[in-house]
Each structure stands twice: as C-alpha cells, then as structure tokens.
Write a protein that binds this ligand. Structure first.
Ligand code: HEC
Length: 148
C-alpha cells in the first residue's frame, strides 16, 4: 500500500521532469533557429550591398549621388541610360520587404532563374539576369524580407 502511494507522486515528478526537459530542448532549438535566421539575414545584407550591388540601382540617391541611408532599396529612377537603342527600363522598383506579388519562394526562384512569379514576362535590362545558388538567393531574400 505504501509503495503504491509513493509510485504515483514519483511518476508525476518524472513526467514533470520530462516535460521540462522537452520544453527546454524546444526553446533551445528555437533560439538556435533565431540565430541561424539572423546569420542568414546578415549574409544576405552582405550579398545585396557588397557583392551583387542591388543597391546601385534600387536605392535612391540624394546630394552628390550619395545613398539616402534610411531609404535603401525603396526603388529609384536610374541615373544612367544606354548609348544604343535597346530594351530598357529606366526605373528600378522597391524591393525592400519584397516587391509586390512576390513570396519568399518566388523571390528565391527569381534570383535563381530570372523567372518572375505568375508567368509574367522576364525583366528588362539593366536588371541583371541572376543565376544564384539557392543558399545565396535564400539569404538575400531573408534580408530583403526583413526590411520595411
Ligand atoms: C543595373 C541595375 C540593377 C541592379 C544592379 C539590380 N537591379 Fe533589380 N531591377 C532593375 C530594373 C531597372 C528593374 C525593372 C525591370 C523591369 O521592370 O523590366 C529591376 C527589377 C527587379 C525585380 C523585379 C520586380 C518585379 O516587379 O517583378 C526584382 C525582384 C529585382 N530587380 C531585384 C533585384 C535584386 C535582388 C538585385 C541584386 C541581387 C537587383 N535587382 C539588382 C535594375 C537593377
């Protein structure tokens, strides 16, 4: 009789302990996910600002052609044009927060293939037809999505 009375609380204590461990593990996992996402965004920022230079066309400039820091990637008229007749789009749209009609997956697809979502025709020059690797496209998309 005494032992069975003890078994019940012991089982309860064990169950609570297991639950605590499970929730500790899952909060560790979500902290690790947050850290991985922050790393992805940071790498995306590096690729967008310093490697593929999306900012050159998609960020507006103010005095003396300097970037307006708080308006990065909010779209801009281009400050240059071609010297020969050719297909050309003189305005680069806002891509901060992802452009209109894009999900994360369709943005990654666009950066890997040049294909726009919903079967729209491809982009005109001078938008470069990127063929990025998935990891880079995902990092850049995570960064763009993190912006307003
Ligand atoms: C040399 C200038 C230039 C650079 C560099 C550039 N873009 Fe563009 N981008 C443009 C122009 C101009 C357009 C508009 C093209 C059109 O509408 O046909 C455009 C269009 C786009 C679109 C299509 C939006 C839509 O409505 O479908 C996306 C997305 C985009 N750019 C993302 C990027 C990203 C990301 C980078 C960097 C990896 C980048 N661009 C680099 C000039 C540029």
């Amino acid at each position: 009789m005494k032992t069975s009375l003890l078994i019940v609380p012991a089982t309860a204590v064990f169950a609570v302990g297991v639950l605590a461990l499970v929730s500790l593990a899952s909060s560790r996992e979500s902290a690790a996910n947050d850290l991985a996402e922050r790393g992805r965004i940071e790498r995306g920022r590096y690729l967008v600002h310093h490697v593929s230079l999306c900012i050159d066309c998609h960020s507006p400039r103010g005095e003396q052609g300097r970037f307006i820091e708080e308006k990065h990637l909010t779209g801009s008229e281009l400050g240059f044009k071609p010297t020969v007749a050719m297909p050309w789009m003189p305005v680069a749209p806002k891509i901060a927060g992802l452009p209109e009609g894009y999900t994360s997956e369709s943005m990654v697809h666009f950066l890997m293939t040049g294909e726009r979502p919903n079967g729209r025709p491809g982009v005109l020059p001078p938008m470069p037809p990127y063929r990025l690797e998935r990891a880079d496209a995902e990092a850049m998309t995570a960064y763009l999505r993190s912006l307003k």
